[in-house]
Design a protein around this ligand. Structure first.
Ligand SMILES: [Zn+2]
Length: 57
């Protein structure tokens, strides 16, 4: 299986993006872009949702 090893900008861990995934496509097109691993992107998404509700209240 083809993959790239990418550094997560958030937790600074190396994670793999596999061929066929969205991250893989984005990494191939723009290696200067910042990436984060699945754990962090999940966390960031949850934080964004929390902030959204905080904003509403
Ligand atoms: Zn991470």
């Amino acid at each position: 299986m083809i993959y790239y090893e990418v550094l997560c900008y958030s937790c600074k861990r190396i994670f793999r993006v596999y061929e066929g995934s969205l991250n893989y496509k984005q990494f191939k097109e723009n290696k200067a872009k910042i990436f984060c691993c699945e754990d962090c992107s999940h966390k960031i998404r949850m934080d964004a949702i929390k902030n959204f509700f905080r904003y509403l209240n």
